[in-house]
Write a protein that binds this ligand. Structure first.
Ligand code: ARG
Length: 260
């Protein structure tokens, strides 16, 4: 995770961002610390990446790389405003014991568009990550990639519309996907938790699950009961200031999947 010390909304690269709307930085920091402390209270190790002045979106750490089996595929950002974040992430991994760190050839925004289930690597495209990155990520990790077309600009990253709950269990918002991709999701995940428009608009799918606890934006109240019914323990968190940049729980959390 990367503290939002330099978080600002000074440009707009997704429909959630309005540079006219003020951001309360101390509140953003307090909300972010609350999420970090919750992870720690649940027994998870949280590493902190040093924020860089002039990179206001760096708080969305999930976009900086993808880590599977302890191997790291770096990011290449679609927008110039975020381009310099990629090197900061790669440097962090190299300095922290990750020996296999690759700079990608094609545009990919890390876990913003790549989601890992036990069987598949789900990959979003349409707004940020290039379709060419899907071949690259499959080749690098040796995991079967399922390409999914995103069609609604509010759900510009896969992780705004789909969340892996554990194993091959997911929750998602079908209207964020093209008809063909919806059919693919229905075929792969016939028992998935399907989110309402209201919960999707609260960025409720931008959640992080450890297989038991599901940390999610607190306004996504419609997801609480369905999650409990499936045996998960929802943990609502307030990240409203970070919503102003178009992200929530998952966007600010990069998962360090170790080698088995
Ligand atoms: N302002 C950032 C952007 O538009 C938000 C990124 C959110 N991150 C995410 N994993 N969806 O790039």
């Amino acid at each position: 995770m990367c503290p939002p010390a330099h978080f600002r909304v000074t440009y707009s690269i997704n429909p959630w961002m309005d540079p006219e709307k003020p951001v309360d930085i101390p509140l953003a920091v307090a909300q972010w610390e609350e999420l970090r402390d919750r992870y720690r209270a649940l027994g998870h190790v949280v590493e902190e990446l040093e924020p860089v002045p002039g990179l206001p979106d760096m708080v969305y750490a999930a976009n900086g790389a993808t880590v599977v089996d302890g191997r790291v595929l770096g990011a290449r950002f679609a927008h110039r405003e975020r381009a310099d974040e990629a090197a900061a992430h790669r440097d962090w991994y190299r300095a922290n014991g990750f020996t296999d760190v690759q700079e990608p050839e094609h545009i990919n925004e890390g876990e913003g568009d790549f989601a890992v289930t036990d069987t598949w690597l789900l990959a979003g495209r349409g707004f940020r990550s290039s379709p060419l990155s899907h071949g690259e990520v499959q080749e690098f990790f040796g995991r079967p990639v399922i390409g999914l077309d995103l069609v609604d600009p509010r759900y510009y990253h896969l992780d705004t519309a789909l969340c892996v709950l554990g194993g091959d269990d997911v929750m998602y918002y079908p209207p964020a996907f093209s008809p063909g991709s919806r059919a693919v999701l229905a075929r792969l995940f016939p028992d998935a938790l399907v989110a309402s428009a209201q919960d999707a608009e609260a960025l409720g799918l931008n959640a992080v699950s450890d297989g038991q606890h599901v940390m999610l934006p607190q306004a996504a109240v419609g997801l609480l009961e369905p999650l409990r019914e499936r045996g998960y323990e929802p943990v609502p968190v307030d990240l409203t200031e970070l919503l102003k940049g178009g992200g929530s729980v998952k966007c600010v959390t990069a998962e360090l999947r170790p080698a088995a």
